[in-house]
Design a protein around this ligand. Structure first.
Ligand code: CA
Length: 404
């Protein structure tokens, strides 16, 4: 597909529309415009044309302008609340300081298309210019009611700074990365950071490139409000009913909800069972040494527990660590005596909670500092000044379906 062919056959350039669905209403809340080029029987994506660095911005602008012109005709058929997502790379957006694009939008508004129907989707993967100018231009677009979405192919450390500057309304997460890495821990961690960040800057998460059922589940589970991808709907030259996928999405959610509730229930039951085991050991002991306590717990909880220690209410260790070495078995690690853990997330909150409720707590899943494996900690109030911590091994959690 030659750039010149495209420019001399602009009548063969057509917009396709890919539905975007919402989790809260399970309806189509908008469409992303995707450029297509018709060559006889073949319908080719204009993606390679737009991504080609050799092609001058001027040519790309001409094709973009045409796509938007044609798409705006169909946008007049939109239901209230539906939006048109327009793709622009930062370079395209900043073409001639963004003026020709804004002029086109204002001309469309004059023809009766309100600008709050537009979401400007910025592909931000490489830009060498001044980001402050981009920020300035975006805030100008916002005054017209245009929403801003930011999409990135890859998320790295600098993404956090970038998103803080651009403050998008929508953050697009590309699930192609998930397909490559599976549900690897690093992608999960990035997702967790992204969802916290999105919450902080008030952006909604839109997951794109959903091509398999497990990706939809991943999006649902990671705070995705909007979904887009072949698994739900292919791009097409015309619009569909907003309710087309409502029943199917409800069915899918039903399955996700059932399996999630089952997992959460299993974690609650495990916490209950740990609580009763430890409680029965603690009440039987009149004035135990910590060593005695650990030996009893080891007897009851050997496959689950791999580390135990006791802290005071300020987080100072009152006991050594009792640690199960994978090769040599249980050992006493006295170097841990008097160490302090009050700085760890939720530590003091959990102490107060245990004391007030007089009940053990099973923590969330986190990476163990030494083994690097995802583990949980069961903590129990032995008295109002002594708190027992039992780290539960990854193996046990995995075998008992307590990973979540
Ligand atoms: Ca896009």
């Amino acid at each position: 597909m030659d750039a010149l062919d495209i420019l001399t056959n602009l009548d063969k350039v057509v917009p396709y529309y890919q539905p975007i669905l919402s989790a809260d209403e399970q309806i189509i809340i908008g469409y992303e415009i995707l450029g297509r080029y018709i060559q006889g029987e073949q319908i080719n994506s204009l993606g390679p044309f737009f991504n080609d660095k050799e092609i001058p911005e001027e040519y790309k602008f001409e094709v973009d302008q045409l796509l938007l012109e044609r798409a705006s005709l169909i946008a007049s058929q939109f239901e209230p609340g539906q939006k048109l997502f327009i793709n622009r790379s930062v370079d395209q957006l900043m073409y001639q300081d963004g003026e020709p694009f804004l002029e086109q939008l204002l001309a469309l508004e004059k023809k009766g298309l309100p600008l709050n129907k537009f979401v400007l989707e910025i592909e931000y993967d490489s830009y060498s210019g001044d980001i402050q100018q981009v920020v300035h231009l975006l805030s100008y677009y916002r005054t017209y009611g245009i929403q801003i979405a930011v999409s990135k192919k890859e998320f790295e450390k600098s993404t956090v700074d970038l998103l803080g500057l651009l403050e998008p309304d929508i953050l697009k997460v590309n699930l192609a990365a998930l397909r490559l890495t599976g549900t690897s821990a690093s992608f999960q961690d990035i997702m967790f950071t992204l969802s916290l960040l999105a919450r902080k800057i008030g952006a909604e998460l839109l997951f794109e490139n959903i091509e398999m059922d497990y990706q939809l589940q991943f999006a649902w589970k990671n705070g995705g409000r909007y979904y887009q991808g072949f698994y739900l709907s292919h791009p097409a030259p015309k619009l569909v009913s907003p309710f087309m996928l409502k029943e199917r999405l409800k069915q899918e959610f039903h399955g996700f909800i059932l399996s999630e509730k089952k997992k959460i229930q299993a974690i609650y039951s495990a916490a209950e069972s740990f609580h009763h085991k430890v409680q029965s050991i603690v009440v039987k002991q009149k004035k135990p040494s910590y060593e005695d306590l650990f030996l009893q717990i080891k007897r009851e909880m050997d496959p689950a527990a791999f580390r135990m220690y006791v802290c005071d209410e300020d987080g100072f260790q009152l006991s050594a660590n009792y640690f199960k070495n994978p090769e040599s078995g249980w050992v006493v690690q006295s170097e841990y005596l008097h160490k302090n853990w009050s700085w760890r997330p939720y530590f003091l909150e959990n102490i107060i909670k245990m004391r007030n409720e007089n009940k053990g707590i099973l923590s969330d899943l986190y990476s163990d500092i030494e083994t690097g494996e995802p583990v949980r900690t069961f903590s129990y109030p032995v008295s109002s000044q002594e708190f027992l911590f039992i780290d539960i091994s990854h193996h046990f959690l995995f075998d008992s379906n307590l990973i979540l």
